[in-house]
Design a protein around this ligand. Sequence first.
Ligand SMILES: [Zn+2]
Length: 147
Amino acid sequence: MVGKNIDAFCSRCQLTLAHIVLYEVGGAVHKVKCKTCGTEHRYHGPKPEKKREVPTERRHGGAAATAKRPVRPADARQWEQRNTAAAPDVVTWDYKLTERYEKGDVISHPQFGRGFVEKITSDSMEVLFREGRKQMAMNRRPAPDPA
Ligand SMILES: [Zn+2]
């Protein structure tokens, strides 16, 4: 009701004080006048809305950026252990389909990086890469020379 006294927060006095309603829209008070300082201002209610401090979660950004592929944590951990335990001057073999590798060999794969040969059969091996174990072919016959 216009002209009515209402408690409102005065932005100039920085206090909740008696105001006079100046303007209403659909029953909602829009504009008031501070009875103390005479300032006309929008009606904010008895107290200003407190901005809630929402804790921002920024911690996740860093880890998410590096881990793209899903890695089995156990494999990654084991890989780290192997990598740490490996002698710094350990011979790292480039991965070649035709090469024959032994258990315990360290290989370098162009896509998967450093890998540790875990198991071998006559023509394949299980290699522990950082992103997981993979079955790799080895000891395959080279493609016959075009005669
Ligand atoms: Zn005031």
